[in-house]
Design a protein around this ligand. Structure first.
Ligand SMILES: Cc1cc2nc3c(=O)[nH]c(=O)nc-3n(C[C@H](O)[C@H](O)[C@H](O)COP(=O)(O)OP(=O)(O)OC[C@H]3O[C@@H](n4cnc5c(N)ncnc54)[C@H](O)[C@@H]3O)c2cc1C
Length: 325
């Protein structure tokens, strides 16, 4: 492999995989560095039907992720699973040096490259909620509280007859509707007076609200959780209580931009920690590209992640072919 053509891609979600494929097609040598033991990112966690990806009707996002990973293997793209960047810096020649540690490759490996691609995505928010609500951590450890949307659709134990959904965004309303469709009664508890969710998502719950299968408690916060006869009792800040079989936290997402390897280059972030990029998906550090959800797309999705990977790859290939002549 020619060293001059190596492009490390940190993160093996849909954005990273798409970028790798395009770079490979442009004659470069992408290396995907993924901290988990499988490619796929957030899409790998979603058992929900994904009706938004052109050409893949009837598949879940999980199945999309599996298809993408198969494609990466078939294309012979080098992938380091269980690997994490430890240090990233730029030398006086303008090239980046990336130290990667993990299971494969060997414990520590240095990569030198003309460009770096960051596609580290987001994680579920909710840890703060678990810390601030009395007893929440212990109830989570006992399997009553679940962070993120996947639990509600995963095969496994039944969700029970009543689920409390915490949050007021698209995910909260969508998951509530899906549970109600499965004949599970749902109560949404949200801090704000009005939902952040799209009106369409709110509207879709209305028929279940009218049928007594769903209710929305606005302007309320959960103060404490209690074990109540093998169910969970939610104590709310208005003094009321709610008994449920499970609690699902749908408090949004946080960008994975807080790892130590970002420190030396410190690409500009917005006030929520997302990386700021230009139209070529390049950050404020020339040669460092950020793709997919970490760059705060207007519509975080598999389609937009794939598109941004392709955009970054095009720009990188152009620069490298210019420099190699
Ligand atoms: C429950 C759920 C359902 C969804 N359903 C849909 C849907 O139906 N349709 C749709 O279009 N979108 C859906 N999405 C959104 C979609 O999955 C994301 O928009 C998409 O996966 C973003 O891709 P990404 O590559 O930018 O980031 P991610 O998918 O988050 O991938 C980032 C990758 O980077 C890795 N990583 C992070 N930090 C490091 C590090 N330091 N070192 C190495 N690797 C690292 C992570 O492990 C991960 O594999 C869903 C998301 C969720 C959570």
């Amino acid at each position: 492999m020619s060293q001059a053509r190596i492009i490390p891609i940190i993160g093996g979600g849909p954005a990273g995989m798409s970028c790798a494929l395009w770079l490979k097609n442009y004659g470069l040598s992408p290396i995907i560095i993924e901290r988990e033991n499988a490619l796929g990112g957030m899409a790998r966690l979603s058992p929900y039907p994904n009706d938004g990806l052109l050409g893949r009707p009837g598949e879940s996002a999980q199945q999309n992720a599996e298809a993408f990973a198969r494609h990466i293997t078939q294309a012979g793209i080098e992938t380091w699973l269980g690997a994490r960047p430890r240090q990233l810096c730029r030398g006086s020649d303008g090239h980046f040096t990336l130290l990667v540690a993990g299971d494969s490759p060997p414990p520590a490996e240095f990569l030198s490259s003309a460009a770096i691609v960051i596609g580290v995505g987001t994680r579920f928010a909710g840890q703060e909620w678990l810390d601030s609500v009395e007893n929440a951590r212990s109830m989570a450890a006992r399997g009553f509280v679940h962070v993120g949307a996947p639990w509600a659709a995963e095969p496994g134990p039944e969700p029970g007859s009543h689920v409390a959904v915490i949050g007021g965004g698209d995910n909260a309303f969508d998951v509530a509707r899906m549970l109600a469709e499965k004949k599970v009664r749902v109560t949404i508890v949200m801090r704000s007076e009005r939902p952040r969710a799209l009106p369409l998502m709110v509207h879709r719950l209305h028929s279940f609200e009218r049928a007594g299968m769903a209710q929305v408690l606005a302007g309320r916060k959960v103060r404490a959780l209690e074990d109540y006869d093998r169910r969970v009792r939610l104590r709310l800040d208005d003094g009321s209580k709610l008994d449920a079989d499970h609690v699902v936290l749908l408090c949004g997402y946080l960008p994975n931009s807080d790892e130590a390897f970002f420190a030396a280059l410190a690409p500009a972030q917005d006030k929520r920690g997302y990386l700021v990029v230009n139209g070529n998906a390049e950050t404020s550090c020339p040669g460092v590209f950020a793709i997919g959800d970490i760059a705060n797309p207007l519509h975080p999705s598999i389609a937009s992640a794939i598109a941004s990977g392709a955009i970054a790859a095009r720009e990188i290939a152009k620069r490298i072919s210019d420099s190699l002549g």
